[in-house]
Design a protein around this ligand. Structure first.
Ligand code: FES
Length: 147
C-alpha cells in the first residue's frame, strides 16, 4: 500500500483529469469574463445612427459590410436591434427586409426568412440566416461579429 506524504503523489489519473477539467473550465470562464468585461471585441461593428439613417426609426434596416461578410441590421424598438447574415443560404443572394411580411426576402429565387429568428419561412433556402448579437441605443448599434 502506498504511503501518501509530501514526497509521494497519491493523485490518481481520475483526480488529475478532474483537476485539469476544472482548471480548463476556469480558464475558459475567465477568458469569457475578460471578453465580456471589455465589451467590444476586435472586429465588432458599431454604426452611428443619425437622422438620415434607415435605422433612425423602428422597422428600419440596413445591409452593411463587416468582417463576417454582409450583415442586415433591423431596428425592432427604441434601443433594440436584430442582426443576421444578409447572405441567403440558398445561393448567396443579399436579402432585404420586407416590413409588410416581416421577412428578409432574397431577390434571386424568392426565399424568405422570418425577421425575428432568421428561420426559413419560404424556400428554396433550407438553412436559416446566421444571427449575430446586436445591442445599442437610440443613436448607435454594435453587432458582435468579432472572434
Ligand atoms: S440565392 Fe436566395 S433564394 Fe436563391
Amino acid at each position: 500500500m502506498k504511503d501518501c506524504n509530501e514526497t509521494v503523489d497519491c493523485s490518481g489519473r481520475r483526480e488529475f483529469l478532474v483537476k485539469a477539467a476544472f482548471m480548463t473550465g476556469g480558464l475558459v470562464l475567465t477568458l469569457s469574463g475578460v471578453s465580456s468585461a471589455f465589451g467590444k471585441r476586435e472586429g465588432d461593428l458599431t454604426i452611428n445612427i443619425d437622422a438620415a439613417s434607415p435605422l433612425n426609426k423602428v422597422g428600419g434596416s440596413v445591409v452593411v459590410d463587416s468582417p463576417a461578410g454582409k450583415i442586415i441590421i433591423l431596428r425592432t424598438g427604441d434601443a433594440t436591434f436584430l442582426a443576421f447574415s444578409a447572405k441567403c443560404t440558398h445561393r448567396g443572394g443579399i436579402v432585404a427586409y420586407n416590413a409588410a411580411k416581416k421577412h428578409f426576402v432574397c431577390p434571386k429565387h424568392g426565399s424568405e426568412f422570418d425577421a425575428a429568428s432568421g428561420q426559413v419561412a419560404n424556400g428554396p433556402a433550407k438553412k436559416p440566416l446566421a444571427e449575430y448579437n446586436a445591442s445599442g441605443s437610440s443613436s448607435s448599434v454594435t453587432v458582435k461579429v468579432g472572434t
